[in-house]
Design a protein around this ligand. Sequence first.
Ligand code: PEP
Length: 258
Amino acid sequence: MRKPLIVANWKMNKNVDEALTFLHQILDELPDYDREEVGIAPQAFAIYPMMKAVSQTPLQIIGQNAASKCNGAYTGEISVRDLAAMGVNYVMLGHAERREIFKESNRTINQKLLTALREGVRPIVCTNGEQKMVGQHNSCYSIFRQLDNVLTGVPVSQVTRIVFSFEPTDAIGTGKHADLETAEHGCHLLRQEIGQRYGSQIANQVRILYGGSVNPNNIRLLMAAPDIDGVLIGRASLDADSFIQMMNYQQMALAQVM
Ligand code: PEP
């Protein structure tokens, strides 16, 4: 049973006051943890005050990034060991913006992934696929090249600790979500690929998130797709009302569709 995971990626938005105000607005509306997990990835400096604010709740505070080294002369970097020391359970790695703007390579992401696993923080490994028409289908071959190098050295025993996300490049931050078929197809191919490497039993336990212009109007339908176990939400997660609706998508009528 794969527990749904809803993740807000705030990117470089919200100062500490704004982050704490947001928490104040949403904490009473959190869904039941037995049914669903919810997390917010704020800017790094907001993690500590937010961790303190949510200590009595199941809300996860998530790192947006971390270095492959745990300490030392790495000015500006974030230590995953110190995230772990604060009680942080998840860290995003290899988001499309890290890859594109900060030129992070698959090899760098692989090093970060191995460090996060070693330090006991669960990585949310982001992959992004170009959509290409292959026969009848939009397909997403570039994610497999990303996976090849990113998963090097990850032992089978650790794979189910990793959460993966699939984000079509042209759906991130554009307001144009992938159509349901493409979103499901990308997540399905990603699961198949994990299955080829680690076996279908493992692949069936791994959670895969869809990301790219998710909003309160499309989340219910996306979450009903068989291979989509959660969502990574950028822009629409910045507004508390919108986020409350999305984290409670299970209560929405299915009629609220894309
Ligand atoms: C993202 O940055 O991962 C993302 C999905 O952003 P948005 O929801 O704004 O497309």
